[in-house]
Write a protein that binds this ligand. Structure first.
Ligand code: PLP
Length: 356
């Protein structure tokens, strides 16, 4: 079967096989990977290797800390303003979809939020033109969502601003090389391109640490997490370990340049098939079409249930669009092989022939 779930998403087959063996008995130590102390030498080695592999993959500069935290990307919606306002009153946000909206709603509890640009009136089908952005000169940071998982809208550029740039990379991290030095902070929930649910990776420039907001719980303080190697309390050891296996797998695939070329090919094929048909459609501006999440509609919405049933019978799983927007969505993250995209395209053409 091929799994097109938006998250928790498909993991590489080789990673799952390795995890299966380690779950029972890790390196003949007589205990499961899940049963080891996070402070023991074995787990510390696993954790350090995972961090180093991630640093290698993204070429993370030395003046950035890598944190492995809990609470998902949703917790970061609060943790970012709590940590980065640093005495300032306001922060800039760019709104390109549902996840931006959620980040904005949470930040409003801590800051005066200036929505510098939004595509809401256009039903989130494009990244607003930079010339229309109304940035606030006094903002503590600018937050944006490089890839909107639900609407399938992806930035085709990294914003250039004078304040620290903060990005929710949950659904596109590790899909291509990234110049981390352009960011103040990057966060990404794991359950798409990193590993299983239960962990969120934060990459933060060191000079942004320690801007303590009064009353902030200790567990929310990035500086405390950094000082304790993300082990201020018990970390999600299994998710961390499995993320490490994904990083090793990515390196074995040839790193981010190789995976980016594959991702570009997969996306081009699928959008090409959609555009070539009069039956399927994708509404997103071409320059902003996501390489990871491809939403599409059928010419007759009454056929959606049949489409999903037939797809599942062909072992093409989880193609329903997000419940808030409907339609279809194929998430084609790193671990979804090109053969999955080919099988989906064949199925779509066949479905169109029979029902179109
Ligand atoms: N941000 C983006 C872009 C997402 O796609 C998601 C989840 O799908 C989230 C945030 C929320 O992540 P979590 O469920 O880990 O809190």
């Amino acid at each position: 079967a091929f799994n097109f779930c938006a998250g928790p998403a498909a993991l590489p087959e080789a990673v799952l096989q390795q995890a299966q063996a380690d779950l029972v008995d890790w390196q003949r130590r007589g205990c499961s990977i899940m049963e080891m102390s996070h402070r023991g030498a074995d787990f510390v080695a696993i954790a350090e290797r995972a961090e180093q592999d991630l640093r290698d993959l993204l070429a993370i500069p030395d003046n950035y800390k890598v944190l492995f935290l809990q609470g998902g990307a949703t917790q970061q919606f609060a943790q970012v303003p709590m940590n980065l306002l640093g005495g300032k009153a306001s922060a800039d946000y760019i709104c390109t979809g549902v996840w931006s909206e959620k980040a904005i709603a949470e930040a409003k509890k801590f800051a005066q939020v200036n929505v510098a640009a939004t595509d809401v009136a256009n039903h989130f089908r494009a990244v607003p033109d930079v010339s229309t952005w109304q940035l606030d000169n006094h903002a503590a940071y600018l937050h944006y969502t490089p890839n909107e998982t639900i609407h399938g809208v992806e930035f085709d550029f990294i914003p250039s601003v004078d304040v620290p740039l903060v990005a929710d990379y949950s659904s596109s991290i590790l899909s291509e090389p990234l110049d981390v030095s352009k960011f103040g902070l990057i966060y990404a929930g794991a359950q798409k391109n990193i590993g299983p649910a239960g962990i969120v990776v934060v990459i933060v420039r060191e000079d942004l640490l320690g801007r303590y907001a009064a009353g902030m719980p200790t567990i929310m303080d990035y500086a405390v997490a950094a000082k304790n190697g993300s082990m201020y309390n018990t970390p999600p050891t299994y998710s961390w370990y499995l993320s490490g296996l994904v990083f090793q797998w990515l390196k074995a695939q040839g790193g981010l340049e190789a995976i980016a070329a594959l991702n570009a090919r997969k996306a081009a094929k699928l959008y090409g098939a959609i555009d070539a048909s009069g039956f399927y459609a994708n509404p997103v501006a071409i320059a902003n079409r996501s390489r990871m999440n491809v939403p599409f509609t059928l010419a007759d919405a009454r056929l959606e249930a049949t489409f999903l049933q037939e797809a599942e019978a062909q072992h093409l799983l989880n193609l329903a669009g997000h419940r808030s927007v409907g339609g279809m969505r194929a998430s084609i993250y790193n671990a979804v092989p090109e053969a999955a995209v080919d099988a989906l395209i064949d199925f779509m053409a066949d479905f169109e022939r029979r029902h179109g």
